[in-house]
Design a protein around this ligand. Structure first.
Ligand SMILES: [Zn+2]
Length: 195
């Protein structure tokens, strides 16, 4: 499988945070009032199709692939097995949010460039791919951008900054936002709240 990464337009973290912020404001504004989980399944199943025209579903994907977003077919799928396993709830949520990032940011971009991104496939080694030497710069890496988007959607900066002042407990915060602790740490680092 392995295909190479097609670079996206350069985007800063703040720019991506703003895209997610606007989506939350339109779809689930209460999430910006106090720390709570963004209902990402609801966004994926209903709102994203309205906003982007992308058809979304849960499906059986090949082993090791958690999500696939296809700019040509205008589809986005997440592995159905993740949803039926309650131990994987947080991972399922982050995977869905990641595919939403591709759907919202990259599908329109690649279509407008008339450049087919035949498949964006998210496998276990996406993280590794991001750091390979010959890689595109991180700010142009669609995987980094989708990861940043997922963080911004599930853990909005506004409520996190307030919550972090009151409670610097990563595990507790992860529970509140329904993300896994490593995901929360990554978000805290992205916002430079921790080193
Ligand atoms: Zn991806």
């Amino acid at each position: 499988m392995g295909g190479k990464i097609v670079p996206a337009r350069a985007r800063s973290g703040a720019e991506i945070d703003l895209i997610a912020f606007k989506i939350i404001k339109i779809t689930q504004p209460e999430v910006l009032q106090e720390p709570q989980p963004f209902r990402v399944e609801e966004f994926f199943e209903f709102d994203m199709e309205d906003m982007t025209g992308i058809r979304t579903n849960y499906d059986h994907l090949p082993p090791g692939i958690h999500g696939v977003t296809d700019s040509e077919r205008m589809t986005s799928s997440v592995e159905i097995g993740l949803l039926s396993d309650s131990n994987q709830l947080e991972f399922a949520r982050s995977t869905i949010a990641h595919e939403c990032g591709h759907g919202v940011i990259h599908v329109p971009e690649f279509r407008s460039m008339k450049q087919v991104l035949r498949s964006i496939q998210d496998t276990d080694d996406v993280q590794l791919k991001m750091y390979r030497k010959e890689q595109v710069p991180v700010y142009r890496n669609p995987e980094w951008q989708a990861h940043r988007f997922a963080g911004a959607l599930l853990v909005p900066e506004t409520t996190l900054r307030t919550a972090w002042v009151k409670c610097q407990d990563v595990n507790r915060l992860a529970q509140i936002y329904q993300v896994y602790p490593a995901f929360m740490r990554s978000r805290l680092r992205a916002l430079k709240l921790v080193d």
